[in-house]
Each structure stands twice: as C-alpha cells, then as structure tokens.
Design a binder for this molecule. Structure first.
Ligand SMILES: Nc1ncnc2c1ncn2[C@@H]1O[C@H](COP(=O)(O)OP(=O)(O)O)[C@@H](O)[C@H]1O
Ligand SMILES: [Mg+2]
Length: 181
C-alpha cells in the first residue's frame, strides 16, 4: 500500500480481526467449526490451508481428481456430491472441517451454512482477499490442466468482492478476512 493511504475494495469490509495472520485466524476458530474459505482461483486458499491437518480439509479439487483427473471441470457435479456426503458425515460427528473451494457463489455458501446449522455447528467464513492481478498471475503460471480461463478468475474475483457486502447477512457465526501481505 502506498504512503498516501490508498484503500483497496477489500479494505471496506468490517471483520472480527482486520489484519489476520494465519496464526490469528486459526486462533479465531474453534474445535468443531465449519470454516468456509472464500476466494478466487489463485487467491491462496490451498496454500493457507497448508497450516491445518490435511484430513480436516474437504477440497473440491481433490475430489474432482478423485473421480477423474486434476482440473477436469466436467467432474464437478460428481465431486460436489462427494463433498456434500463428506461434509454431512464430518459435521454429524462434530469434526472440525475446512472447505477448500472458491465458495464465491452465495447459493453455495447458503448450502454450507444450512448444513452447519442442521448439525449445530458454527459456520465460519474466511475470505481470502487477494488482489485480482495477483490471482490472474498465479493462475497464468499454473500447468494448463489446472489453469482456469482468465474470464473465470475475473468472474470469481468479482463475486468474492461482492461477498464483502453480503457476508454479514448470510448467517455465519464469524467472518474472518485474510489479506495476504
Ligand atoms: N502468500 C503467498 N505468497 C506467495 N505465493 C503464494 C501465496 N499464497 C499462494 N501462493 C502461490 O499462489 C499459487 C496459488 O495458490 P493456491 O493456494 O493454490 O490458490 P487457490 O487454492 O486459492 O487457487 C500457488 O502457486 C502458491 O504457491
Ligand atoms: Mg486451491
């Protein structure tokens, strides 16, 4: 950020902890939470989740690869079925869970919040607010099989930005904002 105090769209959000380091956002979650990461492709969701035990992460990418090959978008409906089953079983047990998918679609988030509430679990939103240019650069640097079209990154990023305004009314118990340095 420049010394003139330029503000980015992400900085408009009101969050429980403004400058979240990984340690701080982890400390803001509790055992048994459903932590829903939100961010465009390349925002750094999977990297951020590298600091939590891998068995607690339900990753749509991994499930897609489980039913097909990495990056096969046609496998998304099957992967979504598996994701729902896994989440249902984990939340029923009260197992702490992190979702690693973009979750930029407000309807997808509503399903996750609904599932959490159904099992008496706290849904926590973790918005990964990385600038569009960074997401685009990282996406472009990916191997072709896991790269998504540039327009799709732009679409996801716009939806993630829109979530800044809607998240407070979406039923999450807590909203965390990770703003990468
Ligand atoms: N904080 C960071 N600093 C530098 N590079 C990062 C950071 N977070 C992620 N990356 C890199 O950006 C790329 C995309 O990150 P990734 O976590 O896979 O994003 P996402 O899961 O949101 O699509 C990866 O190559 C990763 O190594
Ligand atoms: Mg990822």
């Amino acid at each position: 950020m420049s010394s003139t105090g330029r503000t980015t769209p992400w900085q408009a959000i009101t969050v429980s902890a403004a400058e979240e380091t990984t340690a701080r956002w982890l400390a803001s979650t509790r055992p048994g939470d459903l932590v829903v990461l939100i961010g465009a492709s390349g925002a750094g969701k999977t990297t951020l989740l590298g600091s939590v035990p891998p068995h607690r992460v339900v990753s749509l990418d991994a499930l897609r690869a489980g039913v097909s090959e990495p990056g096969d978008q046609s496998a998304t409906p099957d992967a979504a079925v598996l994701q729902h089953l896994l989440l249902t079983m984990r939340l029923r047990r009260g197992a702490t869970t992190y979702t690693d998918s973009t979750s930029v679609d407000i309807h997808h988030r509503a399903q996750l919040v609904g599932l959490a509430r159904q099992f008496g679990v706290r849904p926590v939103a973790l918005l990964v607010g990385t600038e569009l240019e960074v997401c685009l650069q990282r996406n472009a640097a990916r191997p072709p099989a896991t790269r998504v079209p540039e327009d799709e990154v732009r679409r996801q990023h716009a939806l993630a930005l829109a979530a800044v305004a809607t998240l407070p009314g979406e039923g999450f118990a807590e909203i965390l904002h990770h703003r990468p340095a």
